[in-house]
Ligand binder design. Structure first.
Ligand SMILES: [Zn+2]
Ligand SMILES: [Zn+2]
Length: 861
């Protein structure tokens, strides 16, 4: 039941100028709790929209400091935009499917749903206590049927468009997770969650999303995202890994089995193919598997290569592997010249790259050269450096000769062509003769989304003996994830053990059908969640296109903020999903986010915070000790938000001290009842008051510029600190009465203006104290919507003074400098003066006397 607001707010502790963060924060916390529409975005507004979003967290149970930093950045921006008159959308949600819930369920005997919802409640309470301004009416929780229903709906749309398909494939299998991992979830050959567990290979029927269909557009549009960090765009470019080249089919010599007769090779340098002196296959290549079947010796050697490869992945850099290989004793036929070349298996060839087979051209490739030298393979020159002088005979180049500035030799009908022309001609020749073609390959693979786990979105498909694969009809969505499932048993999907889930009816023939028991990769959930925020309660569609259009416009989310660890996975999948939804006609934007900001990590004592190191700083403890304002402000102040932050408790203490100073000043210098309090600031100010006024406008400029520019909140908070220091310096020079009467040298109206502005400037960083100050200053209007202060360039300008410059006591010139220019600057300016410069040239300066604001005297010998 809502509490009756019948108590008037008494500024208790009028004479107590001690800053008590807990008292101030709990007071405002209670008030903010009363108003559920406080941070609500307006559905229709004449004001300009601004969508600021922080990546939604996984509900692990407690926020960590990295979260606090991420959200403090977004919150500061949201508040700043509100104060600048925008209609702001600033939502939050929960990426709540996934493995940890299952692990916790097994460990604590708590059902995943219960564990997850409890964690969400706890973390939501933390977020509220920290004062983050979220529109909770739009909260999205991905494990709820109201949300995952639309994952299933999208899946069926993808299936209908041929973009979701099933195929048998070799998959990465983590024995600890007992599940399939996407290539992206394999880090240095190990599971991304279990850094010490090597990933195995298994053959399974899997569901894939055809993200490769969008590879070209995903790559091309990176150039249209100038608001994304270059680092992230580079990582995506490399991940997509486009390369142009030629596919060439070599025939296995003496093959009596048609299924293994062809070895497809991908090469970017088909112009060198007459120099191919061997083929190199990945140890996992299907042909190798066939060749080793009845050859124990070869099998043992191949096993060794696989072990070496695994070891190299373990260490981290497969590119640095010491190259080993073994000759299979078999030959392949080069389709261009009919030549037989030996087939080798090598540990540096990867099955998941290209076709898992390469042609080795030692004369024109670094890696092949190194390998050929080691195993004494033939090195045959087929490209000569291009001659500038046709009269001269070509010089043999130093090997390997790898550039494209060359002419083909020893290459049959293609001899004499330059490399570029030869690539084109030879690709066409291959196509005409049916043994190859020009092609573009991508490192990007289709997205394997099948999980043999419980806690995820059930894939809405059925298997009928008569009709094959059949999608669940839309009207039957959602396929509800059953509860009370025993997930403690290992091996296979827990859903497969539930007959009431598995046994279904085929919607086509009415006969019995078997339900798909795989669930979706949780990256599906986070691929489109930010559209749901625009229409979170819709039960007819994932969201209303018009509503999404208003918030996304043509360019997407105005500002997206999150960790750089999402540079490839989440940020490629969600770009793909956006393009798919656009092609469905659901939205108009091509990209999900116009600007992306990736904040730096928080470390302590030089290391990543981790339980095992015992260097984890708990946000709750910090809030309890120093208050939410000091905690979040410190995460913005310690360094610029894009850099790594080395946590220091003393730093938070420092912020708390600064906030105390601001508060104490307000207690002593706030007089809303004084008639002069709201009078205009007088024109002619005494020098100290003018200094304060100037600093005030300079500070407004610095803070505003930083929000518009590089987000160096650390320097703009430092500017506010300087302003407060200046204020103290001026007011303590005059006598402040024991009764707290206002300082003498700063007129009351200016005192009000400065404090009012400080409160406004602090509002994005320390909202609790800012609101308290706002009230103390007698302000009635909502601070959240109070206009951001504007700076006056004239008032911000430094006052200038003219200073006489003497040489040996005689007036020789005059210079103009800022009134408060430091001594060194004045000295330098005097010596740089044209007249003075000419007179002191070549003379020895004994000393330069500077009387600040008055005079400079240069003493010459
Ligand atoms: Zn694992
Ligand atoms: Zn059927």
């Amino acid at each position: 039941m809502p509490q009756e607001e019948n108590t008037t707010v008494v500024r208790d502790g009028q004479n107590d100028d001690r800053y008590d963060a807990q008292r101030i924060e709990s007071k405002w916390f209670e008030r903010w709790q009363q108003d559920s529409s406080l941070y609500a975005a307006e559905p229709h507004s004449t004001r300009q929209k601004y969508y600021v979003l922080e990546m939604l967290p996984y509900p692990s149970g407690a926020l960590h400091m990295g979260h606090v930093r991420n959200y403090a950045i977004g919150d500061a921006l949201a508040r700043y935009m509100w104060m600048n008159g925008y209609n702001v959308l600033h939502p939050m949600g929960w990426d709540s499917f996934g493995l940890p819930a299952e692990n916790a369920a097994i460990q604590n005997n708590t059902p995943p749903r219960e564990w997850t919802l409890r964690n969400i409640a706890a973390m939501k309470a933390q977020m509220k206590r920290l004062g983050f301004a979220y529109d909770w009416s739009r909260e999205v929780t991905t494990c709820m049927p109201g949300y995952y229903k639309w994952n299933q709906w999208f899946f069926i749309k993808l299936f209908e468009k041929g973009l979701a398909y099933r195929k048998k494939s070799r998959v990465n299998w983590c024995p600890k997770c007992a599940t399939v991992l996407a290539n992206e979830q394999v880090v240095n050959g190990c599971c991304w969650r279990h850094e010490d567990t090597l990933v195995e290979q298994r053959e399974l029927e899997q569901w894939f999303l055809r993200i490769t269909q969008y590879a070209e557009e995903l790559l091309r549009d990176l150039d249209r995202l100038p608001g994304w960090p270059e680092k992230v765009r580079t990582m995506q470019r490399n991940w997509i890994g486009r390369s142009e080249g030629t596919l060439v089919d070599f025939k296995l010599d003496g093959a009596n089995d048609a299924t293994i007769a062809t070895i497809s090779v991908f090469t970017t340098r088909v112009d060198t193919i007459y120099g191919a002196t061997s083929l190199q296959l990945a140890p996992q290549h299907p042909l190798v598997t066939r060749l080793t079947k009845n050859n124990d010796l070869l099998r043992a050697e191949v096993e060794r290569l696989i072990a070496e490869q695994r070891k190299a992945r373990e260490v981290g850099d497969i590119g640095e592997i010491e190259k080993h290989g073994v000759n299979t004793g078999r030959y392949a036929i080069n389709p261009y010249n009919g030549e037989k070349v030996p087939i080798w298996v090598a540990n540096y060839i990867l099955m998941d790259y290209g076709t898992g087979a390469i042609m080795s051209v030692p004369a024109h490739d670094e890696r092949d050269y190194e390998f050929a030298k080691k195993y004494k393979l033939e090195i045959r020159l087929v490209i000569l450096p291009q001659n500038t002088d046709p009269e001269e005979t070509a010089v043999e180049p130093k090997l390997p000769f790898t550039t494209m500035q060359g002419t083909l030799v020893n290459s049959g009908r293609f001899s004499g062509m330059d490399c570029e022309a030869a690539i084109k001609a030879m690709s066409e020749y291959a196509e005409k003769n049916g043994f190859g073609k020009a092609t573009v390959t991508y490192r990007l693979k289709d997205w394997g989304i099948s999980r043999q786990r419980y806690w995820g979105t059930p894939i809405p498909m059925l298997y009928c003996e008569k009709d094959g694969i059949v999608a669940v009809p839309e009207k039957d969505l959602p396929v509800i994830l059953p509860e009370n499932v025993d997930i403690t048993l290992t091996g296979g999907s827990p859903l497969g053990r539930l007959p009431e889930f598995v046994n279904a009816t085929c919607p086509k023939c009415g006969g019995p059908a078997r339900r798909e028991t795989d669930t979706m990769d949780t990256f599906v959930d986070s691929s489109w969640y930010f559209y749901r925020y625009t229409d979170a309660d819709n039960d007819q569609a994932p969201f209303d296109g018009e509503k999404a259009s208003y918030w996304f416009g043509d360019r997407g989310i105005d500002q997206y903020i999150g960790g750089v660890e999402h540079a490839i996975l989440h940020l490629i999948y969600s770009r793909f999903w956006t393009k798919f939804m656009r092609d469905m006609g659901l939205i108009k934007n091509d990209e999900p986010a116009e600007r992306l900001f990736t904040q730096g990590m928080i470390i302590k004592g030089g290391a990543k915070m981790s339980k095992s190191l015992g260097n984890v700083v708990s946000p709750d403890e910090m809030v309890e000790h120093y208050g939410a304002d000091a905690t979040r402000m410190y995460t913005l102040f310690a360094t610029s938000p894009d850099r790594e932050l080395d946590w220091q408790d003393e730093g938070v203490e420092g912020i708390e001290r600064f906030l105390s100073r601001v508060y104490r000043f307000a207690v002593r210098n706030t007089r809303p009842e004084d008639p002069a309090w709201s009078a205009p600031v007088p024109e002619n100010l005494n020098p100290s008051a003018r200094m304060v006024q100037r600093k005030l406008h300079q500070t407004i400029k610095r803070v505003s510029d930083d929000f518009q520019g590089r987000w160096h909140f650390n320097t703009c908070i430092a500017a506010i600190m300087e302003l407060v220091n200046g204020l103290y310096a001026v007011t303590s020079a005059s006598s402040v009465g024991a009764d707290g009467s206002p300082a003498q040298s700063v007129p009351v109206p200016l005192l009000r203006e400065v404090q009012r502005t400080i409160a406004l400037l602090l509002a994005p960083f320390a909202p609790y104290l800012a609101h308290e100050l706002w009230e103390m200053l007698g302000e009635q209007a909502s601070m959240l919507r109070a206009p951001w202060p504007k700076y006056d360039a004239a008032l911000a300008r430094e006052d200038e003074v003219e200073i006489p410059v003497q040489i040996n006591g005689k007036l020789r010139s005059r210079i103009v400098v800022p009134a408060d220019a430091p001594e060194n600057d004045v000295r330098a300016r005097a010596q740089a003066d044209e007249k003075i410069g000419a007179m002191i040239a070549g003379k020895q300066i004994v000393k330069v006397i500077v009387v600040p604001g008055k005079l400079v005297n240069v003493v010459l010998r």
